[in-house]
Design a protein around this ligand. Structure first.
Ligand SMILES: [Zn+2]
Length: 444
């Protein structure tokens, strides 16, 4: 008697990224509803599916998890590069962001979702303005996400005065509470843009709603100086003094953290998301990855926004993560390919608090799955799937993407988004951006 499922993926090597890093050389995966119902070796004849996808001898793996981005910044991609940080922020990014509205963020987020699905990312974690629009775009795309409105001590073009930001976040939490794909986090921007009072209130909000607290931590040396001058402490000690360290905290970047700070982060089980390409491009530095790993911290990988990367390709990010940390430590064994893949899948899911749902291919987990087409010259021959994925593949090699059992991309065609239309809208928004920058330059 054959068993029945909704969708089966057949004829591929399966990288499960489970605890044993099990690999099935030729296997199949059955999906029932939104979840993985069976994973098998070789022949799939025992299972009848309403629909089948032939992986064509490629690699079947968990969808990639982008642990930190600012999705709508796709609309600032390449706007101004190769500049000193403050010049870049004050003359380009801030003038443009001060003019943004909901439709701008929605359009930029749709563009980001299209790019992410095409690149094998199935979940992303976002921090920006007008986050309800980011959630709406992800919902339309069918992607999984954790999003949160950026909070800081100055007025926001979205919610107005700073004290309204927490109320807006609570509304987001309530509005998306039962959504199967969208979840909300509380996201104060950083220690240098948020007062101790705002940070404590944000933490309270996160704890009372049992959602993550996400912020940029120790990204630049200028930040370390500033926090030390104002509070007389290093960033992590400042956080500990405020009582906001905890397992629900996701600290993005963590470049300039000392061994003693890393010990405290490990003690509180703080989660870390590294962003190597952004850190290289803005010359911020390299996170002390080896030490973070040795202390057993959960480390996820993110691209950061498109103004500082300039793409959302997690394959490129894995490649950069490996190479940056090898160079930084002068040790070719640092950040090996398998660790990179885990950082972009199960470990990143754990950082976001989603590892019970996604991040590996196991029976009962949600069906967030991608297929990488390895039948190409630059991926031949194939000795190690991990090496191939990290050092030779790119997002463009992903042929299929499935999120929560729904096929979002088939043979590189998106099923939920109209890419042509989204690119046209993005180009219109770029026209606005050019006008905003020109007007800001005239005011100088
Ligand atoms: Zn960021």
């Amino acid at each position: 008697m054959p068993q029945i499922c909704d969708l089966k993926i057949v004829n591929g090597a399966i990288l499960t990224i489970d605890n044993q890093n099990s690999i099935i050389d030729t296997g199949y995966i059955c999906i029932t509803g939104d979840a993985i119902s069976h994973i098998g070796h070789g022949d799939h004849d025992g299972w009848h599916a309403a629909r089948a996808i032939d992986a064509g001898g490629g690699l079947i793996m968990p969808g990639l998890v982008n642990g930190h981005t600012h999705a709508a910044m796709t609309l600032f991609r390449g706007l101004a590069d190769d500049l000193p940080l403050m010049d870049w922020l004050n003359h380009y990014i801030f003038p443009a962001e001060s003019q943004m509205d909901a439709d701008f963020v929605y359009t930029g987020s749709l563009l980001a979702c299209a790019e992410m699905i095409l690149g094998g990312t199935t979940t992303f974690c976002d921090m920006y303005l007008f986050e309800n629009e980011v959630a709406r775009a992800a919902h339309e795309a069918g992607m999984r996400c954790v999003v949160g409105e950026v909070l800081y001590d100055f007025p926001s073009p979205n919610y107005g005065p700073p004290d309204k930001g927490l109320a807006y976040t609570q509304r987001l939490i309530d509005a998306w509470r039962d959504d199967p794909l969208v979840s909300i986090a509380v996201e104060p921007h950083s220690l240098y843009t948020c007062s101790p009072e705002l940070l404590k209130q944000a933490d309270q909000l996160a704890r009372s709603n049992q959602v993550p607290l996400i912020l940029h931590v120790a990204e630049t040396l200028a930040e370390i100086d500033q926090i030390r001058q104002v509070y007389g402490k290093l960033p992590v000690a400042h956080m500990e003094a405020l009582g906001i360290l905890g397992a629900h905290v996701i600290a993005d970047h963590c470049i300039h953290v000392t061994p003693a700070e890393i010990d405290r982060m490990a003690h509180f089980d703080v989660k870390v998301v590294i962003n190597p390409e952004s850190n290289m491009k803005l010359a911020s530095g390299a996170a002390p990855l080896t030490l973070l790993q040795q202390r057993g911290l959960t480390i996820g990988l993110g691209t950061d926004g498109c103004a500082s990367n300039n793409n959302l390709d997690m394959f490129a990010e894995m490649d950069s993560a490996a190479k940056l940390h090898k160079l930084h430590t002068m040790d070719p064994t640092a950040m090996n390919a398998r660790a990179c893949i885990r950082c972009a899948t199960i470990d990143c899911a754990r950082a976001l608090g989603l590892d019970h749902l996604i991040g590996s291919l196991e029976i009962g987990k949600k069906a967030d799955i991608i297929i990488v087409d390895t039948q190409q010259p630059h991926l031949t021959p194939l000795y190690s799937p991990y090496s191939q994925l990290v050092y030779a593949a790119s997002g463009a090699d992903v042929s299929h993407s499935i999120v929560n059992g729904r096929v979002l991309m088939e043979n590189r065609q998106l099923t939920t988004l109209n890419v042509r239309q989204i690119m046209d809208r993005a180009n219109q928004k770029a026209g606005q951006v050019r006008q905003w920058i020109a007007a800001a330059a005239l005011k100088k």
